[in-house]
Design a protein around this ligand. Structure first.
Ligand code: MG
Length: 160
């Protein structure tokens, strides 16, 4: 396995009352959800940026601008599908994803395995090549005060 490539993606969104909460493509029952032009799926946004970054491609915001009406309310799974097409054109594949989600709300534990499976499906890897951890912010800063949620993803890519 020569020519491994590592990418890092980070995304932060405000959490607002009444917004749907979709994380890693899984709809979660929660009193707050990420505010955004798209569906606000911070996990998929960070994952796409990590994958695109590893491949040396343009980032999510450049490929899918918030100003484009097509991206309004858009299912972020479509960003994953498109980024997978782009890396395949460069003859690359995803080897693994490691995901950290910093949030007080919602608690991720009951949803972790569904989130891993969905990420694995979207990026065409085995679920055991995807890890996902939830971290609380101990009541500190905007995340600790339930005003924001942040996802950080490291992606490893290899030749297809
Ligand atoms: Mg985002």
């Amino acid at each position: 396995m020569n020519d491994l490539r590592i990418g890092l993606g980070i995304d932060l969104h405000r959490l607002e009352p009444g917004r749907p909460c979709v994380l890693a493509g899984i709809r979660i029952d929660c009193e707050r959800g990420p505010s955004a032009v798209s569906d606000g799926d911070v996990v998929l946004h960070a994952a796409v940026d990590a994958v695109l970054g590893a491949a040396g491609l343009e980032d999510l915001g450049t490929l899918f601008p918030e100003t484009d009406p097509k991206n309004r309310g858009r299912d972020s799974a479509e960003f994953c599908t498109r980024s997978l097409e782009l890396i395949r054109q460069k003859r690359l594949r995803v080897v693994s994803l490691d995901v950290v989600v910093e949030t007080e709300l919602p608690r991720l534990k009951p949803h972790r395995s569904a989130m891993r499976e969905r990420l694995a499906q979207l990026f065409a890897v085995d679920p055991d090549r995807v890890n996902l951890k939830g971290k609380s912010a101990e009541g500190l800063d905007s995340i600790g005060n339930r005003l924001a949620i942040r996802a950080t993803v490291v992606a490893l890519l290899a030749p297809a």
